[in-house]
Design a protein around this ligand. Structure first.
Ligand code: HEC
Length: 160
């Protein structure tokens, strides 16, 4: 490389530095509210929460709990969609529970196509879905209750 070319490249690099690329953490330095910078808005007095505080049925109650959603092609279809949102990455499309994400859990995700899981009642599946050791407490807060019952219908199709 000639001296002239080297000088030219150095000049170009300097121009890039001087131009756009200043290596400042701009996301952080821009004007914006920082965590804990402001007080939380005060809550009006006497508020009563209308959601949350859900009670998951205990094992004995779950055993006899009936699925309030009638089984139908549409319910199973919706269940398959919701299963895709919340379960498939660990339990696999067909419930064999061998997936890259699931494989990193100990214990490994239970096979949903197994006779043991398929022998559970709908209520027991509902309960296991939200309180399984590997789930708690995420599934309870992420999967809305009415979706859970449709997912139960989909899990039933995995045993066949
Ligand atoms: C982050 C990974 C992960 C996701 C997401 C996940 N599971 Fe699991 N699941 C596990 C693991 C790990 C176990 C085994 C340990 C345990 O009992 O929780 C398990 C166990 C289960 C069991 C069996 C519990 C038993 O009685 O042995 C059921 C049923 C189940 N999952 C259903 C679901 C359903 C339905 C969803 C979606 C709503 C879901 N899981 C989402 C990881 C996951």
């Amino acid at each position: 490389m000639t001296g002239r070319r080297r000088f030219g490249m150095a000049l170009a690099f300097a121009a890039i530095l001087a131009g756009g690329c200043d290596f400042l953490p701009r996301m952080r330095s821009q004007p914006s509210s920082k965590p804990y910078e402001r007080d939380m808005p005060a809550m009006p007095a006497n508020l009563v929460p209308t959601t949350g505080g859900e009670v998951i049925p205990d094992a004995a109650k779950a055993r006899t709990l009936a699925n309030p959603v009638k089984v139908s092609a549409a319910a199973v279809d919706a269940g398959r969609t919701f299963y895709g949102y919340y379960c498939r990455h660990c339990h696999g499309e067909r419930g064999d529970s061998r997936t890259p994400v699931g494989d990193s859990y100990l214990p490994m995700p239970t096979r949903l196509d197994s006779p043991r899981v398929q022998a559970a009642t709908d209520g027991e599946l509902y309960r296991a879905m939200v309180i399984g050791k590997g789930h708690e407490p995420v599934m309870k807060s992420t999967v809305p209750p009415e979706r859970r019952w449709r997912i139960v219908h989909y899990i039933r199709t995995l045993g066949r």
